[in-house]
Design a protein around this ligand. Sequence first.
Ligand SMILES: Cc1cc2nc3c(=O)[nH]c(=O)nc-3n(C[C@H](O)[C@H](O)[C@H](O)COP(=O)(O)O)c2cc1C
Length: 326
Amino acid sequence: MLKIGALQLRNWLVLAPMSGRTNLPFRLIAKEMGAGLVSTEMISAMGLSRGQAKTYTYLATNPDERPVAAQLFGSDADAMATSARIAADMGIDAIDINMGCPAKKVVKTGSGAALMRDAQKAARIIYAMRRCSPVPLTVKIRAGWSPREANAIEIARVIEDNGADGICVHPRFASQGFSGTADWTLIGRIKEEVNIPVIGNGDVSTPSLALRMRSETNCDGVMIGRAALSNPWIFQQTLEMEQRGSFATPGLDERHRLIRKHYELLIGYLGETRATHLIRGLLLLYTKGLPGRGFLRGLLSEIDGRERLLATLHAYFGSIQEEGVS
Ligand SMILES: Cc1cc2nc3c(=O)[nH]c(=O)nc-3n(C[C@H](O)[C@H](O)[C@H](O)COP(=O)(O)O)c2cc1C
């Protein structure tokens, strides 16, 4: 069981923060599917500390998803510390600092992965946030800025020395983006280096890989990102695999149910028009590997609202069921 500071989680699996993806509806789905901790997408500390209404909406939470972590990005220690307090006051259970995002618009402000190039500033931010945050604090890092600046181990020590309660490691360099493969050996080396929990992340696309990352690196938790987008069942599948050595894949009825549920949650969160726009993309993710996706893709542009979406789903799942797919 993973414990971060005083926060005891029900298991060792964590949903990765993903901007544009890990909104409240998807976090509720991941939680239902067994994730022990879910995370918001990255939220601007500057926006929160300046009281920007839109930024606050990213902190909207719901008792059913808890415990939930909010990921904050920024480069100003005061704004980061104030935001940690704001998030905790709004019911967030843990704060994560983004020190891994390589996106230009983030690093050019000195935030995200740029902080890995400035250990002193990183230390000031962690220290200030630790003093202000009444909830556990973690930091999500990469392997370093580039192979020439491979300083994850040094930063891991800074993170621990300044009072953080855990480290999430996505062992690719910022310069790599998502290319190449995640170097899991670095997760193991950081685990040997620090005494706070280490959550490994990167390229876990199946339940077996989640178990393998844990056994190969001795990490305390495993964070799953992209794989959960098309297979949110991966959390419960991993727990089943751990307990029984095998896992069940979702049948058609379950996939149909989950898409409908996700859509209804999106409507409640964003309204019908935006929810319909979003679910059209999600439909193709959730039906990965099923027959008739070309047919479904063809119908997507005609889906203009709830009624049409539900009818299309009904027709699609009905037709493949008749073909004998289960
Ligand atoms: C669409 C998308 C958005 C992401 N947004 C964030 C983010 O807001 N904060 C963050 O720390 N990482 C972000 N990431 C990186 C993931 O949290 C994770 O580290 C990365 O995807 C590797 O894990 P995976 O192989 O399980 O996907 C994002 C990744 C994706 C694919």
